[in-house]
Design a protein. Sequence first.
Lengths: 113, 113
Amino acid sequence: NAGVTQTPKFQVLKTGQSMTLQCAQDMNHEYMSWYRQDPGMGLRLIHYSVGAGITDQGEVPNGYNVSRSTTEDFPLRLLSAAPSQTSVYFCASRGAGFVYEQYFGPGTRLTVT
Amino acid sequence: DAKTTQPTSMDCAEGRAANLPCNHSTISGNEYVYWYRQIHSQGPQYIIHGLKNNETNEMASLIITEDRKSSTLILPHATLRDTAVYYCIVRANSGGSNYKLTFGKGTLLTVNP
């Protein structure tokens, strides 16, 4: 298994540009989520999904959209990038039930100028 | 979720045991203790979790005090590759959409040659 994969690894955007961060998992996990990590802030939940077609907001959803059309993929869209969205973004997944091992992707480092 | 307190940083000599403490004095009866770590520039990685009993896996051991108000993660023979930020997380396995892990600031463990 490849686990959780994320693309791209690095991205530089100008303010106002849009882009999609890709996340995919091959473990047939129901639950997927997006976090952002800023220096000194720990990881904060942006959006999550409990299955295909079902998404919900986390702690810091503003400026981000998500959709979940398949079990495998959970893309994160920035509609109009802002410098405040400069961060490292991590996608995670876990199986259903009481299992609590979350698997994280390698991260996407985004800079908005 | 119960609040956790960890030292900001610790040092350990290579080959020696690393003992990382975590205080969770407000833990509830149904809350588990989880440990994750994050090596620089990588996504967080699950290490171990436990409820009451001590646990051991191929990566580490988890010792939980009888009153469950504190725990210690033990890396029995630390290597340079164990240098990372270690996060102690407490939360209940209540099923359903348990999507969120609350990461505090963790402990930066530096393993020295």
